[in-house]
Design a protein around this ligand. Structure first.
Ligand SMILES: CC(C)(COP(=O)(O)OP(=O)(O)OC[C@H]1O[C@@H](n2cnc3c(N)ncnc32)[C@H](O)[C@@H]1OP(=O)(O)O)[C@@H](O)C(=O)NCCC(=O)NCCS
Length: 153
């Protein structure tokens, strides 16, 4: 049962968020990245790296997007801590990210998702993303990915 509406604040990523974000990435995305990756990607477009926090200011979700040279945004990582899912926090992050893409006059947003990740695919479809490509053995464990995209407007 969802535990009520989202009570999260959104703000930019700060390097002191890394330990908590790395835990969310390990648990939700099954990946382990070096701290320097978050820092270097966050420097590229600080407004594209959004963190949602609980009432105590602790990160509970994040979206890491980058700007590509072709005038497109690309979502590289997106996850909500398991205990905080289904409360609209993912929706809040996606809406804020799309606003930031609009502010930079980006045309389109793309992302990749595992073909088995039905929850995320439904989430993205509800946000008007469509599958534009099948990426064979895209993930390191051999799973295929879908590339999805939507216009920013
Ligand atoms: C995908 C994800 C980010 C959604 O975040 P969230 O905060 O739970 O999403 P919201 O509460 O805003 O839900 C928005 C919509 O997503 C869909 N959705 C969310 N959870 C769902 C679930 N368990 N089953 C089916 N649909 C679901 C629904 O369409 C929902 O709309 P509704 O509440 O009106 O039914 C979250 O499930 C997550 O972190 N998953 C693990 C990491 C991941 O897969 N990231 C994407 C990798 S590409």
């Amino acid at each position: 049962m969802p535990a009520g509406p989202a009570a999260s604040q959104l703000r930019r990523f700060h390097p002191h968020d890394i330990p908590v974000i790395a835990d969310i990435v390990r648990e939700s995305l099954h990946e382990n990245y070096d701290n320097s990756l978050y820092i270097s990607l966050g420097q590229q477009w600080p407004d594209g790296f959004l963190v949602a926090t609980d009432a105590l200011g602790r990160p509970v979700a994040f979206m890491l997007g980058v700007m590509q040279v072709d005038g497109e945004g690309r979502i590289l990582m997106f996850a909500v801590d398991r205990e905080h899912r289904g409360r609209g926090i993912g929706t809040q992050l996606m809406q804020a990210f799309l606003e930031r893409c609009r502010a930079r006059s980006l045309r389109r947003v793309t992302l990749e998702v595992r073909v088995s990740n039905a929850t995320a695919i439904r989430f993205y479809t509800d946000f008007r993303f469509s599958v534009i490509d099948l990426l064979r053995t895209y993930y390191s464990d051999g799973e295929d990915g879908y590339q999805m995209a939507r216009d920013v407007a």
